[in-house]
Design a protein around this ligand. Structure first.
Ligand code: FES
Ligand code: FES
Length: 220
């Protein structure tokens, strides 16, 4: 019995060593290719329009818009949370509509106007609250953040919420509350429309207050 177990262990150990040798060999073969530079063999040119400026890039076609922004363009305002479309940290606007940039291929964003958190303020180097967009200012004034990691995505999403509401677009809550003809931006509406953005710090009450305030400012 013990011998049988010993034999099994030996076979397993041998298979494991063979496997790791194969992996090491593969890694050694890939190493020179990786050392040759950052441009992958299948890279192709793409022009992205971001915050009103065109950027000519050469990217692997599999590159997400999020990675193009952060890794290639060094625009790190947009955050990577889950990288799976579940947290909203990476939200940007594509032609005014919010998208998860981690689920958007950079190539697919060619020809559209991308707006990131860096493009929201009224001037490129904001110095006062007045330089910020209404939603940015409201987050600041209502303490809509703690660590701030989710904040760029929350602000981009809230910016889109105000546009969607102004256009009369409906949410689940609009139907449930009987306001499908003219939805009010109630706290329940705000919570529903912001539900794709997760805050691990739990700053939700202040985020709702900020969006409510920005909505009042926008409609004043
Ligand atoms: S990083 Fe894109 S949704 Fe989480
Ligand atoms: S403020 Fe920390 S995750 Fe939202």
């Amino acid at each position: 019995m013990l011998q049988r177990f010993g034999l099994t262990a030996e076979v397993s150990r041998r298979r494991f060593l063979q496997g790791t040798s194969a992996l090491a060999a593969a890694a050694a073969l890939d190493a020179p290719a990786m050392a040759q530079g950052t441009v992958a063999p299948n890279s192709r040119p793409v022009t992205l329009r971001i915050n009103g400026k065109s950027h000519a890039l050469t990217l692997d076609p599999r590159t997400s818009l999020l990675d193009a922004l952060r890794e290639t363009l060094d625009m790190t305002g947009t955050k990577k949370g889950c990288d799976h479309g579940q947290c909203g940290a990476c939200t940007v606007l594509q032609d005014g509509r919010r998208v998860n940039s981690c689920l958007t291929l950079a190539m697919a964003a060619e020809g559209s106007e991308i707006t990131t958190i860096e493009g929201l303020a009224k001037n490129a180097d904001p110095k006062t609250v007045d330089d910020l967009s209404p939603v940015q200012a409201a987050f600041l004034l209502h303490d809509g953040y703690q660590c701030g990691y989710c904040t760029p995505g929350q602000i981009m999403s809230a910016t889109a919420v105000l546009t969607e509401h102004a256009k009369g677009e409906l949410s689940q809550v609009s139907w449930q509350s009987g306001h499908s003809d003219r939805p009010e931006l109630s706290d329940d509406e705000i919570r529903e429309r912001m539900s794709g953005n997760i805050c691990r710090c739990g700053a939700y009450p202040n985020i709702v207050a900020a969006v409510r305030a920005a909505a009042r400012g926008a409609s004043a």
